[in-house]
Design a protein around this ligand. Structure first.
Ligand code: FAD
Length: 569
C-alpha cells in the first residue's frame, strides 16, 4: 500500500529551475507534476496563488464566506495549504504563497524567476481550462517546457471520450465498458526536494489565516468537524481501510444517511476534491484490500464503484458543452422550473417546516458535508419533488457551501436528482439500487414518479429523530411520534416541547402530498414536450408550458402550492 520510494537524489540535478503550480493536487504522495518538477532541477518553486475569484470576502453573501465559497471550504483549503507547506518543509522546500489573478501572478513569476519547466496537474474544470490555456500559451512562447499530467482522476476523460467516437458515454455501464481496468503507476514518493530558487522582488506570504483574509470567525457559530490536509486524508483513509470487512461489504445506497457521529461512508470527498488524497492511490488501496478478502461487493455499489461514479461524472462533464446549465445542454431535459426566490430561501435557510429537510440543510451550512442520500432528499425536495425550483439554484447553494464542492460531480448529481438527465439513461440499474428506498410499485415508472418523502424517508433510518434533534435543537424535546411532522402535534404537546409550530419553528411551506402530485404532473408534461420536439425545446415553448402550469394552478381551489397544513389542536 506504500507508494514507490524515491529514486531522486541530489547528484541527479542539472542546471535549471522548475515551477510547480499547485491548485488542487494539494499533496506530496502520488503527485506526478511535483515529481517531474523535482527531477533534475537545481531549484523548484512550489507556488500557490490565493485567487480572488474564490477567496475574496463577500460581506453581502447569505452566510460567511466569499461569493463562491462558504467559510468552511475556505478554512479547509487553508488547513490543506498549511499541511502541504509543512510536508514540503520536511523535504527541504516550502510553499510560496502569492495573491492575485492566477494567470497574471504566474506569468510574472515565469518572467522573474529561473524557470525552465512549468508543472501543474491537468484540470478539466472550465475555469481552469481557460486559465491553463493562458499559462501554457505564455510558457510555450517563452520557451518554457510545460508538463501537465492527468492525476486528479484515475482515467483521462479525453481518452474515454475518444474511445467512444468523440462523445462521452451517458450511462455508468457504458462508461465501465469503455474504461476497462485502469493502467496507471503511482508516482514515486519524494524523500528530498531541490531547494527553493531566488524569488527576487516577489513578496512571498505565509499560508494566511482566515482572519488575515478578512474573515471574522465569530460570524460562524460552528465549523465543520473535518480538518483539511493530506495528513488528515491519509489518516482517514487508513482508518477506513483498517476495517477490511466494512470495505469489502460496502454497499451503496445501503447505509444510514442520518448517522452523523460516525458517518456511514468514508468522508473522503473533500480530500479528493482538493487532491489532498490521490484517487489513484485510494483505488489501489481498495484493490489491495479486495485481494485479501474472500468476497467483496462490486460496482456500482462498492467503494471502488463510488470512485468510478466520480470518474463517470468527470468524463461526461468534460465532454458536454454547457454541462452546468439547462440551456444549450444537449443531455439536459428542458423543464420550465419556477423562479420562486421565497421557496428557495426557505430551503437554503432551513425553514421549509420539514425537519428532515431542514436538519440536512443545517448540516450543510455548519459542516459542509452530508451523506449522499441526505443530498438526494434535499435536492429532490427543492426540484421535482416538492418546490419545483430550478436545479441550477440548488446547485449554486451546494457549490458554495459544500467542503467537497466539485464542479463535475455536483452538476452531474443535480442533473440526476432533478431528473433532468442520467436518471432515465441509468434506469434499470437505479431501479435495482433503489428498490429498498422506494415503494416497489413505483419501480419502472418514469423515474420522476419516484419522490423521496420528506417525512417517511428519514424516519425509516432514524425513528427517534436523533439527527433532527442534533441539527435542529429547537425540536429536541418534541416526542418522536411528531418529530418528522411537528405541525400535527397537539398544541399541548408543542407547548410541553417548548416549540410552537408557526412561532418557534415554521409550518410546512407546501403540503407534500399535493405538491409532489403537482410536480409529477408538471414533469410528465415537460417530458412529453421534450419527446414531442425531440429535445429541440425553445424558450417560447417553455414559456407556453409555464403559462399552462400557472393556469392549471389557478383553476385549483384552494391553491395547493401555497396551502398551509392545518394544525391539529
Ligand atoms: P463514499 O461513499 O465514501 O465514496 C467515496 C468517494 O466516491 C467519494 O468521496 C466521492 O469522491 C466518490 N463518490 C461517491 N458517491 C459519488 C457520486 N454519487 N457521484 C460521484 N462521485 C461519488 N460529491 C462530491 O464529491 N462533490 C460534490 O459537489 C457533490 N455534490 C453532490 C450533489 C448532489 C445533489 C448529490 C446527490 C450528490 C453529490 N455528491 C458530491 C456525491 C456524493 O454525495 C458524495 O461524493 C459523497 O456523499 C461523499 O461522501 P464520502 O466521501 O463519504 O463518499
Amino acid at each position: 500500500m506504500k507508494p514507490p520510494l524515491s529514486l531522486l537524489n541530489p547528484s541527479m540535478l542539472s542546471g535549471s529551475g522548475s515551477l510547480m503550480w499547485f491548485r488542487k493536487g494539494l499533496r506530496v504522495h502520488d503527485n506526478p507534476a511535483l515529481e517531474y518538477a523535482s527531477r533534475g532541477s537545481t531549484c523548484v518553486y512550489p507556488l500557490f496563488v490565493i485567487d480572488p475569484h474564490y477567496m475574496v470576502l463577500d460581506p453581502n453573501a447569505y452566510s460567511p464566506g466569499s461569493t463562491r465559497a462558504g467559510i468552511n471550504r475556505i478554512r479547509f483549503l487553508l488547513e490543506s495549504l498549511a499541511d502541504l507547506d509543512s510536508s514540503l518543509k520536511k523535504l527541504g522546500s516550502r510553499l510560496l504563497v502569492l495573491k492575485g489573478e492566477p494567470s497574471e501572478v504566474l506569468i510574472r513569476c515565469l518572467n522573474e524567476w529561473d524557470v525552465r519547466k512549468l508543472c501543474f496537474e491537468y484540470d478539466t474544470d472550465p475555469y481552469y481550462q481557460a486559465l491553463d490555456d493562458k499559462a501554457k500559451n505564455y510558457a510555450s512562447a517563452a520557451g518554457i517546457e510545460v508538463f501537465s499530467p492527468v492525476s486528479h482522476t484515475i482515467f483521462d476523460p479525453a481518452d474515454i471520450i475518444e474511445k467512444n467516437g468523440g462523445r462521452p458515454p451517458l450511462s455508468y455501464q457504458s462508461f465501465l465498458k469503455l474504461a476497462g481496468e485502469p493502467s496507471f503507476s503511482l508516482s514515486v514518493e519524494l524523500s528530498w526536494m531541490p531547494p527553493v530558487g531566488d524569488v527576487g522582488r516577489c513578496e512571498i506570504l505565509q499560508v494566511p489565516t482566515l482572519k488575515e483574509l478578512g474573515y471574522v470567525e465569530k460570524h460562524q457559530d460552528e465549523f465543520t468537524p473535518f480538518r483539511g490536509g493530506e495528513s488528515e486524508a491519509l489518516r482517514r483513509l487508513r482508518e477506513s481501510l483498517s476495517d477490511k470487512e466494512w470495505v469489502a461489504n460496502f454497499e451503496k445506497p445501503k447505509g444510514d444517511p442520518s448517522a452523523y457521529i460516525k458517518p456511514a461512508t468514508t468522508v473522503l470527498s473533500p480530500y479528493l476534491k482538493f487532491g489532498c488524497l490521490s484517487s489513484r492511490y485510494f483505488y489501489q488501496c481498495l484493490k489491495d484490500v479486495y485481494k485479501n478478502v474472500k468476497r467483496h461487493t462490486s460496482p456500482p455499489v462498492s467503494l471502488v464503484g463510488q470512485l468510478l461514479w466520480r470518474e463517470f461524472f468527470y468524463t461526461v462533464a468534460f465532454g458536454t458543452p454547457n454541462f452546468d446549465e439547462m440551456k444549450g445542454n444537449k443531455i439536459c431535459k428542458q423543464i420550465p422550473w419556477n423562479d420562486d426566490d421565497k421557496l428557495l430561501a426557505a430551503w437554503r435557510e432551513a425553514r421549509t417546516g420539514y425537519p428532515w429537510i431542514d436538519a440536512i440543510m443545517v448540516q450543510l451550512r455548519k459542516w459542509g458535508w452530508m451523506h449522499h442520500l441526505a443530498r438526494h432528499s434535499v435536492a429532490c425536495f427543492l426540484t421535482r419533488g416538492d418546490l419545483f425550483v430550478h436545479w441550477e439554484k440548488g446547485r449554486d447553494i451546494f457549490e458554495r457551501l459544500l467542503i467537497d464542492s466539485d464542479w463535475a460531480i455536483n452538476n452531474g448529481n443535480w442533473l440526476w436528482l432533478s431528473c433532468s438527465s442520467f436518471f432515465y439513461q441509468n434506469c434499470c440499474q437505479i431501479c435495482c439500487l433503489h428498490n429498498s428506498l422506494f415503494n416497489m410499485s413505483d419501480c419502472c415508472f418514469q423515474q420522476y414518479n419516484r419522490i423521496y418523502s420528506p417525512i417517511s424517508f428519514g424516519r425509516k433510518y432514524d425513528p427517534n429523530g436523533n439527527y433532527i434533534r442534533h441539527f435542529l435543537p429547537i425540536l429536541k424535546d418534541m416526542p418522536k411520534e411528531y418529530i418528522y411532522e411537528p405541525w400535527t402535534a397537539p398544541l399541548s404537546v408543542q407547548s410541553k416541547a417548548k416549540c410552537i409550530i408557526g412561532r418557534d419553528y415554521p409550518k410546512p411551506v407546501v403540503l407534500h402530498d399535493t405538491a409532489s402530485n403537482e410536480c409529477r404532473k408538471k414533469m410528465g408534461q415537460a417530458y412529453a414536450l421534450n419527446q414531442r420536439l425531440n429535445g429541440r425545446v425553445s424558450e417560447e415553448d417553455l414559456r407556453k408550458l409555464r403559462r399552462k402550469f400557472d393556469e392549471d394552478e389557478d383553476k385549483q381551489e384552494p391553491k395547493p402550492r401555497r396551502q398551509r397544513q392545518k394544525l391539529i389542536k
